[in-house]
Ligand binder design. Structure first.
Ligand SMILES: Nc1ncnc2c1ncn2[C@@H]1O[C@H](COP(=O)(O)OP(=O)(O)OP(=O)(O)O)[C@@H](O)[C@H]1O
Ligand SMILES: [Mg+2]
Length: 578
C-alpha cells in the first residue's frame, strides 16, 4: 500500500485551515494530485463554473483499491512517511487533507486504475460518507468527479460569486499549473466547450505563449541566473511594457505557485525606478531552491512559503531581475511594436515582393539582429547599440529620428538626457560625492515658519544631494552651491520641490530609495528641454552617453527613451503583410 494514515502527532503539525473555499480550490487540489501522480495528460471539465460539476482526469500512476479507500480518509497520504519528510517536501500535496475535505462537501466519484492493473475501481462518496465501491472498467490513471459542490453547506453555496468570477478563478488556477509544467498536456472544458488546449511543449517560452497569448507573451523576455544553490529563471517585461496591476506578476517556488511577499517585493525592487508610478511589471518567475531550504507547511491552501535564508533569497531574486533588465537595456532585443495580426482572414501578399533593394543598388540591407554587422552611412558612429545608429534628424524639437539595420528608431531626447543625468548622479552619490558648483551670487529662498523648520532638518540630506543651503536671516536661506549637472538658472524652484518631496521621508530605511527619487528630480531639471534644436554633435554625444549607462531604455520615471520599428512592424503597419 502506498497511502498511510499520519500519526496524530504528525497530523497536528500540519498547517490546518480551510482547504475548499470555492470551485477553483477543488480544481487546484485535484490538478496538484494529478501532477504528483506524474501525469502527462490532465483534462479538466467544469459545468456551470464548477458549481454543478468539476471533473479532473489524468493518466498518472493511479491507485489500487486499498489505496483508493484510504485516500478519502483524513490525514492519509502517500507523500509523507516520517517527520523528517515534513522539512523536505518535494510534492505539491503532503497533508492528506484535500480529498476528504472535498468529499465532505460534495458528491464525489473517484475512478482509478494503475496502468499495470487489469481493471480499475470506483468509489462513490456523498457528503463524506462512502456510498459505494466497485470494480470499474477505465483507462489507466485517475478521474475525480465532484458534483454539486457545497450541496450540504448552503451557507457556503451562498457565498459563491457570480459564475463568471468563479470561472475566472478556475482559469487562473489552471493557467498557473500549466505555466509551471510545460511538458504536460492540459485541456480545460467549460459547459462542453474547449476553453484551453495546451499541448505538451519542451520549451517554457512556448508554454508562455500558449497561456498568455501572443500579444502579452511577446513582450516578456526570458532570463535565467544561478546564485549558489538557487536557480532563478523566467520571463520579464522591459520598457515600454508595463501593466496597471500586478496580475502578470506570477511567482513559483519549485513549480508551486505562491503569493509570497518576499518574492514579490524582491521582483519589484529589481524594477526600482524603471517603472512609471502605479505601473507593475509582467514577470513570470520560477525559483528553484533545495527542498529543505523552504518550508511549504505554513498555509492551509499552500499559497505561502517560508524561506530559511530569507534575505539571501530576496537579494538573489532582486539581483537576477536587475541584471536581466540591465542586459536587455544595453542591447534591447527586437520585439514587434505593433500588435500581432489576426491568425485567419485577410490577404497575404508575397513576402519577398517588397523586399529591400539589393546591396548592389542601395548599400547593404542587413535584416539581422546582430548590431555588429552594421555598416553606417554617416560619420562617427560607434559600435554600441545607440552609438551605432545613423541619426537622420531631430523632429518636433524633441525627437531624434535614427535608422539602424533593424529599422527605424525614435529617441525622446528629454527622456534620454534625463536617464543619462540620473545615472551620473547615482554614480556620484554612490561614490559619496555629488559634484557641486558654487554659486557666485547665492540665491535666497524665503520660507514659511513650517517650511523653515523642515529645511533645518533636511539640510544634511540636501547636502548629500549636492545642494549647499545656509541660514540667511529669519526664515530665509541662501543656496550657495548646487549639483554641477544643473544648468545655470533659478534654483529656488528645484530646492522647494526637493523639500516638499523630502517632507514625506521619515524612515531611514527608505532613505536610499528616496534619495534616488530626488536624484530623478534633479536629473529632470538638468535636461535639454523639448523644443531646442540640437547640433549633430550634441545628438551624437547623447547617443554615445546612452551606451555608457545601464538603463538607457527608460527615463528615471519609467517613460521609454526609445521606440523601435522593425521591417516587420513597418510592413504590418503598411498592410504589406497580414
Ligand atoms: N490523481 C491521483 N492519482 C494517484 N493518486 C492520487 C491521486 N489523487 C490522490 N491520490 C492519492 O491519494 C492521497 C490523498 O490525496 P489528498 O489530495 O487528499 O492528499 P495529499 O495530496 O497527500 O495531500 P494534500 O492534502 O496536501 O493535497 C495522495 O497522497 C495520493 O496517494
Ligand atoms: Mg493532494
Amino acid at each position: 500500500m502506498k497511502i498511510q494514515i499520519l500519526s496524530e502527532e504528525m497530523a497536528s503539525r500540519i498547517a490546518a485551515g480551510e482547504v475548499v473555499e470555492r470551485p477553483a480550490s477543488v480544481v487546484k487540489e485535484l490538478m496538484e494530485n494529478s501532477l504528483d501522480a506524474r501525469a502527462t495528460e490532465i483534462s479538466v471539465s467544469v459545468e456551470r463554473s464548477g458549481s454543478s460539476l468539476i471533473r479532473v482526469t489524468d493518466n498518472g500512476e493511479g491507485m489500487m483499491p486499498e489505496d483508493l479507500a484510504l485516500a478519502v480518509e483524513r490525514h492519509s497520504t502517500s507523500k509523507l512517511k516520517n517527520e523528517d519528510d515534513l522539512f523536505c517536501i518535494a510534492t505539491l500535496g503532503f497533508r492528506g487533507e484535500a480529498l476528504p475535505s472535498i468529499a465532505s462537501v460534495s458528491k464525489t466519484t473517484i475512478i482509478s486504475r494503475p496502468p499495470e492493473a487489469a481493471f480499475g475501481h470506483q468509489l462513490l462518496i456523498e457528503g463524506g460518507k462512502k456510498v459505494e465501491a466497485k470494480a470499474a472498467a477505465c483507462a489507466g490513471g485517475t478521474t475525480v468527479e465532484i458534483r454539486e459542490i457545497f450541496y450540504n453547506v448552503p451557507a457556503r453555496r451562498k457565498f459563491l460569486k457570480a459564475p463568471a468570477t468563479e470561472l475566472s478563478h478556475i482559469c487562473d488556477v489552471f493557467n498557473r499549473m500549466a505555466l509551471a509544467n510545460p511538458g504536460v498536456h492540459f485541456t480545460l472544458f467549460h459547459d462542453g466547450r474547449t476553453v484551453a488546449d495546451y499541448v505538451s511543449v519542451s520549451d517554457g517560452s512556448d508554454r508562455l505563449h500558449q497561456v498568455l497569448g501572443r500579444d502579452t507573451a511577446k513582450d516578456l523576455i526570458p532570463f535565467s541566473a544561478t546564485q549558489g544553490d538557487l536557480a532563478l529563471r523566467g520571463f520579464l517585461s522591459v520598457a515600454p511594457t508595463s501593466f496597471p496591476n500586478a496580475r502578470y506578476l506570477i511567482t513559483f517556488v519549485n513549480r508551486r505557485y505562491v503569493r509570497d511577499k518576499i518574492l514579490t517585493h524582491a521582483v519589484l525592487h529589481g524594477y526600482e525606478n524603471l517603472l512609471m508610478k502605479g505601473q507593475y511589471p509582467g514577470v513570470v518567475f520560477f525559483l528553484g531552491i533545495p527542498f529543505n531550504e523552504v518550508d511549504v507547511n505554513v498555509h492551509p491552501a499552500k499559497y505561502e512559503v517560508r524561506f530559511r535564508r530569507q534575505s539571501e533569497v530576496h537579494e538573489a531574486v532582486a539581483n537576477a531581475i536587475r541584471q536581466a533588465l540591465k542586459q536587455e537595456a544595453k542591447g534591447p532585443s527586437l520585439r514587434p511594436a505593433v500588435s500581432a495580426p489576426p491568425r485567419f482572414g485577410g490577404v497575404m501578399e508575397p513576402q519577398f515582393h517588397y523586399a529591400a533593394p539589393s546591396a548592389e543598388t542601395h548599400g547593404p540591407s542587413v535584416p539581422s539582429n546582430d548590431i555588429s554587422s552594421l555598416t553606417p552611412r554617416t560619420e562617427t558612429s560607434g559600435s554600441g547599440f545607440f552609438s551605432s545608429m545613423v541619426i537622420l534628424d531631430q523632429i518636433l524639437g524633441c525627437y531624434l529620428v535614427c535608422s539602424s539595420s533593424r529599422g527605424l528608431a525614435i529617441i525622446d531626447q528629454h527622456a534620454a538626457h534625463e536617464r543619462v543625468a540620473f545615472e551620473k548622479l547615482c554614480q556620484q552619490m554612490e561614490a559619496r560625492e555629488v559634484q557641486k558648483q558654487s554659486l557666485l551670487i547665492p540665491q535666497t529662498v524665503e520660507l514659511s515658519g513650517g517650511e523653515a523648520m523642515l529645511l533645518e532638518k533636511k539640510i544634511a540630506v540636501l547636502n548629500q544631494l549636492g545642494f549647499d543651503v545656509e541660514p540667511f536671516g529669519a526664515n530665509t536661506y541662501a543656496i550657495t552651491a548646487v549639483p554641477a549637472l544643473l544648468p545655470e538658472g533659478d534654483y529656488r524652484q528645484v530646492v522647494r520641490q526637493m523639500m516638499a518631496e523630502l517632507a514625506e521621508v521619515d524612515k531611514s530605511d527608505k532613505l536610499r530609495q528616496h534619495l534616488e527619487e530626488r536624484l530623478a528630480t534633479i536629473a529632470c531639471h538638468s535636461v535639454i528641454r523639448a523644443n531646442r534644436k540640437l547640433a549633430m554633435s550634441e545628438m551624437r554625444a547623447l547617443l554615445n552617453q546612452l551606451d555608457e549607462i545601464d538603463f538607457a531604455t527608460q527615463c528615471p520615471h519609467g517613460r521609454p527613451v526609445l521606440l523601435e520599428f522593425s521591417r516587420d512592424d513597418l510592413e504590418k503597419m503598411f498592410k504589406r503583410v497580414v
